[in-house]
Design a protein around this ligand. Structure first.
Ligand SMILES: *Cc1c(COP(=O)(O)O)cnc(C)c1O
Length: 359
């Protein structure tokens, strides 16, 4: 606290990201990063871009990247907005499209950055409870509101909604913006991108951080009809004209173009996820059905905080949220085969201390 702070800074409760340990001998399953590296073509493209040209500002419109994304997703380049990570795209979206007199709606169990942005931009919101199975019920959103945002699949539950549910949600609210945060959609859920042509109120946001293994490059994007994209451009050009640097543009273009790498790594992650879910079930965990690159699981006899702390002592990081309804859950990123084995080995000792070698 300081007398120099503005009133809004006094009022903020900033987002606390998952731990990034200094040591690299830990099994890091806490921030949903991709355990497989980015495509070698991405690394080559970034290296090729690291030249004397770095003295020049990048293209403020990142046109090469918007063209590549547009071609990949079958939309026009002017229906694509890119930003410095989808967190930046989300921040501009909250300010440009979600700040209205009526409250913004989002699930009570969801990405914890949403209430943080509401605090930053002074947006009133209402949390809509997920059901006892932690599912989003679209019918619960049929109430007066200023706008709606939800991740699909939801985070941190991993549970996805079918495309027709998203279409119904957008159709229920023709005069409100409906934002679908598809950070994890490439791990098996339905994307709402094909719905954008029919719904002028729908904005779909994706990231290169998870399925394209580029969390460190900071690239995200939104797809929507022109008026929504123009709102984001107006905010961006009033804030920072060059959110994507030259290296990020070059790397992200190569990532979009290397579809083989993308398909192979996401398929491996989905396979590891299903195997890990089965193994956790065998250890007595209740595992929510995930369409993401993480699992949300709880054990009937062990508190979540305790399991997370004990795993941490043994060099395995998972995410735990000290929040009502989910305090007994662990959010576990799907890792490589080796990482999943290490996790299971430690959990086996923690949940069956006597018969450590069983199951
Ligand atoms: C990871 C994540 C993001 C942010 O990703 P960036 O790294 O900022 O692109 C956005 N929404 C959800 C739900 C996420 O889990």
């Amino acid at each position: 606290m300081s007398r120099f702070w503005s009133p809004v800074v006094h009022s903020l409760s900033p987002y606390v990201p998952g731990e990034q340990p200094k040591r690299d001998d830990v099994v890091k399953l806490n921030t949903n990063e991709n355990p497989f590296g980015p495509s070698p073509r991405v690394l080559a493209a970034i290296t090729a871009e690291a030249t004397d040209r770095l003295r020049l500002y990048p293209d403020p419109h990142a046109s090469r990247l918007r063209d590549a994304i547009a071609a990949r997703y079958g939309v026009a380049a002017d229906q694509v907005f890119v930003g410095n990570g989808s967190d930046e795209v989300l921040a501009h979206t909250f300010q440009a499209l979600l700040a209205h007199d009526a409250p913004l709606l989002f699930p009570d169990i969801t990405y914890s950055f949403y209430p943080v942005y509401c605090g930053l931009y002074g947006i009133a919101y209402e949390e809509v409870p997920v059901d006892d199975g932690m599912r989003v019920r679209i019918g619960d959103y049929r109430r007066p509101c200023g706008a709606i945002i939800l991740p699909n699949p939801n985070a941190p539950t991993g549970i996805g909604l079918a495309g027709d549910a998203i279409a119904a949600l957008a159709g229920d609210h023709p005069d409100q913006v409906v934002v679908i945060d598809e950070a994890y959609v490439d791990f098996g859920a339905d994307s709402a991108v094909p719905l954008v042509a029919r719904h002028d109120n729908l904005l779909v946001i994706q990231t290169f951080s998870k399925s394209r293994s580029l969390a460190g490059l900071r690239v995200g994007f939104a797809i929507g009809q022109r008026p929504l994209i123009e709102a984001l451009e107006r905010v961006k050009d009033s804030f920072n004209s060059y959110p994507l640097d030259r290296l990020a543009i070059a790397g992200a273009v190569a990532a979009v173009e290397d579809d083989g790498w993308f398909q192979e790594t996401r398929t491996r992650i989905m396979g590891n996820r299903d195997a890990l879910a089965g193994a956790l079930g065998n250890l007595g965990f209740e595992v929510l059905p995930s369409q993401a690159n993480f699992l949300f699981a709880r054990h009937p006899r062990h508190a979540g905080a305790d399991l997370a702390a004990r795993l941490r002592d043994r060099g395995v990081l998972v995410r735990h949220f000290q929040k009502p309804r989910i305090e007994d859950f662990l959010r576990i990123t799907v890792g490589t085969d080796d990482q999943c084995h290490r996790l299971l080995e430690e959990l086996r000792r923690l949940v069956h201390p006597a018969g450590a070698s069983k199951s």
